[in-house]
Design a protein around this ligand. Structure first.
Ligand SMILES: NC(=O)c1ccc[n+]([C@@H]2O[C@H](COP(=O)([O-])OP(=O)(O)OC[C@H]3O[C@@H](n4cnc5c(N)ncnc54)[C@H](O)[C@@H]3O)[C@@H](O)[C@H]2O)c1
Ligand SMILES: [Zn+2]
Length: 350
């Protein structure tokens, strides 16, 4: 068992342990006196894992019920949240009851947002079941849904009471989602941990997955503790994301997965900053080799000019500047604000 404490507005623990989902009740009871627990899950995860969680909750005295929505990002919208509210009302959920998110990032983001807003906020626990949600989305308190106009446009900061990570759940995760999560894992190595990066170079990710999860969660914890509301340092977690979002958008969200697009974005950016002398030489080649080793793409079909055009429309623009995260070397990065008007010349002049 590995435990990581997150000291945000309200502190909570992240537990990493094989088989922990079958003991979920014990961990939820430790943080909650609730009478009722609503488990929220999607149509892929619920049939495989929900029973273990509801049985364990029932064994610890919770009256449990299960809300299941159709799996996929298309469900991550306000109409699903409204159905959750109706379900909570029908099941007499009170402010002292608890919500349990069992699934990937879509489930966690929505269950968290429903918890943040129902009755002006009730407790919730995260049980992330994808690599991406275990190393990224379940930590840090960002919750929300998409609007037709863009992703994650409505939401709230709402910290869970606990996060239970069971690496065994990854055994059933389709390979494409494993590689999706690996994009974020490699990102953590690039921005904060040359030792994690080196481990990934030497070992197979599947063989050291517990270590990987622990290190990534620790990095994200450190960053969000310093910048819970995402007004400064937390931006470094967006390394590769500015180009990555542009690549996702150009592919109409049907091309590369998010993590793959981020990884390719990180590689493209590092190739350029390396040529400009900003990044230690040899870094891009190491990133490229690591992506190949993990079966991830290293090129995109879109030319840099299209990516830059799509980037200028990125919602992460603050006023007339965009934050780019540059590596100085593997394991170290810094935030570089670029005026939107100078983006073209900065990247074309390489
Ligand atoms: N809140 C944050 O800080 C944050 C950070 C990064 C990403 N996100 C959000 O996370 C979402 C993406 O998360 P995701 O990739 O986990 O998506 P997801 O929740 O849709 O899960 C991906 C797929 O895997 C299936 N699945 C989940 N666990 C499984 C398991 N153990 N076995 C078999 N199948 C399983 C799901 O049903 C789904 O089909 C996006 O909406 C993104 O915006 C949020
Ligand atoms: Zn990401």
């Amino acid at each position: 068992m590995k435990t990581i404490e997150v000291r945000t507005g309200r502190s909570y623990n992240i537990y990493i342990e094989h088989g922990i989902i079958s003991e979920a009740g014990k961990y939820v009871r430790a943080v909650s006196d609730a009478v009722r627990a609503v488990v929220i899950s999607d149509s892929n995860v619920a049939p495989v894992y929900a029973r273990r969680v509801t049985d364990s909750l029932a064994g610890c005295g919770f009256e449990t019920s299960l809300f299941v929505f159709p799996a996929g990002e298309q469900s991550k919208r306000l109409s699903t949240i409204e159905k959750m509210y109706d379900f909570f009302f029908e099941h007499d959920l009170t402010r002292s009851d608890i919500i349990v998110a069992l699934g990937g990032g879509v489930t966690g983001d929505m269950a968290g947002f429903a918890a943040a807003s129902y009755l002006r906020g009730i407790d919730f626990v995260q049980i992330p079941t994808t690599l991406l949600s275990q190393v990224d989305s379940s930590v840090g308190g960002k919750t929300g849904v998409d609007l037709p106009g863009g992703k994650n446009l409505v939401g709230a900061f709402w910290q869970p009471r606990a996060v239970l990570i069971d690496p065994d759940t990854l055994d059933t995760l389709p390979p494409v989602f494993f590689s999706d999560g690996m994009g974020e894992v490699i990102k953590y190595g690039c921005i904060r941990s040359s030792s994690l990066f080196e481990k990934l170079e030497k070992e197979n990710a599947e063989d050291i997955i517990d270590d990987i999860i622990y290190e990534c969660v620790s990095i994200k914890r450190d960053v969000v503790e310093h910048d819970e509301r995402d007004t400064g340092e937390r931006a470094i977690l967006n390394f590769g994301h500015t180009f990555g979002h542009a690549i996702e958008k150009l592919g109409n969200y049907g091309g590369l997965t998010h993590g793959q697009a981020v990884a390719v974005g990180a590689l493209m950016l590092t190739r350029i900053t390396e040529k400009k002398g900003i990044t230690e030489s040899g870094s891009a080649a190491r990133i490229e080799a690591l992506l190949k080793k993990n079966g991830m793409p290293t090129e995109t079909e879109f030319p840099l000019s299209d990516i830059l055009a799509a980037t200028r429309g990125d919602k992460k623009s603050t006023g007339r500047s965009l934050n780019f995260i540059f590596l100085s070397r593997i394991g170290e990065c810094f935030i570089n604000k670029l005026p939107v008007a100078e983006i073209g010349s900065f990247f074309d002049s390489e």
